[in-house]
Design a protein around this ligand. Structure first.
Ligand code: GLA
Length: 645
């Protein structure tokens, strides 16, 4: 580890059966040794609570700790990440093992952070969890009449006369499905609070985290983040170093970085798991090509991470992940390509200290919201092909990434103050107060970009009456959306740019997948439909509202069409580019700032050499102090961290 400049290790994830091999018999020998050795070389330990996987004795003796699945079956013992959230026995056992860990290591010099459980996921439908759902509904709605009203439960004869009649698995009630996800988030949070209680009591100064999984849709991570001290996330981009399209997946990974960075403003996030080689679940499991791993790690730092960790240090000899990439291979020594790459990066990290604690100022906010995704996914009707909510969010993020413009990715409850541009891809569900905040944002001079499926449903996933976009957003956008048409996979509909004084969109414009038939109610038309029965109806609009502008893209657009809209918009707004240059496709520049110092992460996510023109700027490559000016040449998948001072 010293050879690889490792200064932090995560220990104990899934360690339970070795700490408590039989109920009540505790042995911490190996952990003691590992903690002591870490302390001896000045490493900090992120110590996990072991609840992510239960020991066999627990699963066998306490059946209630095992989940009941959607079919009402108690799951057999096995696997991981599958305990009942409510089980009193499981909670009691977790509290006990956590207390033992906290008591034992509270004063240990290596203890740096708590890592609660691991990759929370799943749901349980046992009596306790189902009753907890009903209690949560009672709290949320107060009366059955209010719940019936909110859920429109008279549809398919679901008018409830008693709380006990509510069946959490009932897929027929779309509002129930959304509420169930909200509830399940609170369940997981409640479980985490329970886990945390003994740790907070015995180690109040030690921060806590749990590792998120990208845009995993099971829990509202924005809500879970509120109870954590540090946000951490697992990323396995596994970029294919041979594919010309790889940069597109890099866009999605960057968006996640911006989401996690922005989750707790002013607080660092970290990459908890990543892999210097290919992860074993990735098929085909291609070897990571030179430089890919380095750029993956620098990409996390570029988006605000304050550290990157690996899963895993060393490959296990057996077990389900024996071929999963690791820093140390089965061969057992350091003379491998992977180890050398990790060690080299470790040495470079030692020169990147100045980046720590720096911020990423962004003028643009983009909304990604779990509740909206749930409502969208659970509503029959809207076009959901290929994970549309997540995918479309990335599609709208891409133009900023390509231009090297920093973005904060936020859930819709967050304040939009201080941003110049707000992008809300498919803002399908409006939480209370969101429409009012957007209205204020535009009135105060902001630029709002909304896309189709905006303002269809309220927080109960009920449609707004009186025309979409609802809750007053039609007025802000100056449009009424009369109906929606969905196209086949290979179908497109041409759009025609319209001359106008606000924004000239130029180039070929095409709607794909889904479009709306709009009426301008005060908005200026930027482009209209060129064919079909909606010919002449607005497709892209802009509305001067208050001191700002509200733009509406009433169709999903293919990539060139999105560029035809965003490029002139970004130019018009004069948003700050991290590097004042047109970047080659597949290259982005992200920026972190520390007082007067500025750090530019220039990254090439393509399998060919790229050249970035630096103009008049004279920069210093942080990793070797080389002076960089003129043209920066980046080998395939290479990146550079450049400083201005
Ligand atoms: C997850 C888990 C790890 C490991 C990796 C493999 O992120 O948290 O325990 O299984 O996947 O990629």
């Amino acid at each position: 580890m010293r050879l690889a400049s490792v200064n932090t290790v995560t220990l104990g994830v899934f360690g339970w059966s070795s700490y408590e091999p039989e109920e009540g018999r505790f042995t911490f020998d190996w952990l003691d040794r590992a903690m002591d050795r870490a302390a001896a070389v000045g490493q900090r330990v992120i110590l996990a609570t072991p609840s992510g996987a239960k020991p066999p004795w627990l699963g066998r003796r306490y059946a209630e700790a095992r989940r009941i699945d959607r079919n009402g079956q108690r799951e057999p013992y096995g696997g991981r990440h599958n305990h009942c959230w409510s089980s009193p026995v499981y909670r009691e056992k977790v509290a006990l093992i956590n207390r033992r860990l906290a008591e034992r290591y509270a004063a240990h010099p290596a203890l740096g952070m708590w890592h609660l459980s691991n990759e929370l996921s799943g749901e349980c439908y046992c009596i306790l969890c189902s009753d907890a759902f009903r209690a949560w509904l009672r709290e949320r709605y107060g009366t059955l009449a209010a719940l019936n009203e909110a859920w429109t439960s008279s549809v398919w004869s679901h008018g409830y006369a008693a709380w006990e009649e509510i069946e959490p698995r009932d897929g027929a009630v779309d509002a129930l499905a959304v509420d169930y996800r909200r509830f399940n988030t609170e369940q997981a949070l409640d479980f985490l609070k329970w886990e945390l209680a003994p740790l907070r009591e015995l180690t109040p100064e030690v921060p806590c985290t749990t590792n998120f999984m990208g845009l995993f849709s099971g829990f509202d991570y924005a809500r879970v983040a509120q109870m954590l001290d540090v946000v951490s996330e697992d990323q396995y981009p596994a970029y294919d170093g041979t594919s010309p399209d790889t940069w597109r997946s890099a866009v999605a990974v960057s968006m996640k970085g911006d989401l996690y960075r922005a989750m707790k403003p002013g607080r660092p996030w970290m990459l908890m798991e990543s892999c210097p080689e290919a992860p074993s679940w990735k098929q085909p499991m291609r070897a990571k090509r030179p430089d890919v791993h380095r750029t993956e790690m620098l990409q996390a730092l570029a988006h605000g991470a304050e550290g990157t960790c690996y899963f895993q240090w060393r490959k296990s000899r057996g077990g389900s992940e024996k071929f999963h990439g690791a820093v140390v291979d089965h061969v057992g020594h350091e003379h491998t390509r992977t180890f050398r790459a990790v060690a080299e990066l470790g040495r470079e990290y030692e020169r990147l200290g100045a980046v720590l604690g720096s911020a990423t100022p962004a003028e643009v906010a983009l909304v990604y919201d779990w509740e909206i995704r749930w409502a969208f996914d659970r509503s029959e009707g809207p076009d959901q092909r290929n994970g549309a909510y997540e995918r479309v969010a990335v599609e709208h993020y891409r133009p900023f990434w390509e231009a090297g413009i920093s973005v904060d990715v936020l859930d819709s409850n967050r304040s939009f103050d201080g941003y110049r541009v707000l992008v809300t891809p498919q803002l399908f569900l409006l939480k209370p107060g969101v429409a009012a905040r957007i209205r204020r944002f535009v009135e105060d001079g902001g630029t709002w970009v909304a896309s189709l499926y905006t303002g269809y449903c309220d927080a109960a996933n009920r449609c707004f009456l009186g025309g979409f976009p609802g809750d007053g957003l039609g007025e802000v956008l100056g449009i009424w959306n009369e109906e929606c048409d969905v196209l086949g996979d290979a179908e497109t509909r041409g759009l025609r740019a319209v001359d106008n004084p606000i924004l000239r969109v130029a180039g070929t414009l095409r709607a794909v997948e889904a479009l709306e038939v709009l009426h301008a109610r005060g908005a200026t038309v930027l482009a209209e439909h060129a064919g079909d029965y909606y010919a002449g109806h607005p497709a892209l609009t802009a509305h001067a509202f208050g001191r700002g502008h509200a733009y509406y893209l009433g169709a999903r657009l293919d990539e060139p069409s999105l560029d035809a809209f965003y490029r002139p918009l970004l130019d018009k707004l004069g948003l700050r580019r991290n590097l004042d240059a047109r970047l080659p496709r597949g290259v982005t520049v992200q920026r972190r700032v520390h007082g007067e110092s500025e750090f530019l992460f220039v990254m090439n996510f393509t399998c060919v050499e790229q050249r970035v023109e630096l103009g008049s700027r004279v920069l210093r490559r942080l990793t070797d102090d080389a002076r960089v000016e003129g043209t920066l040449v980046l080998e395939p998948f290479a990146s550079a961290v450049l400083a201005t001072t």
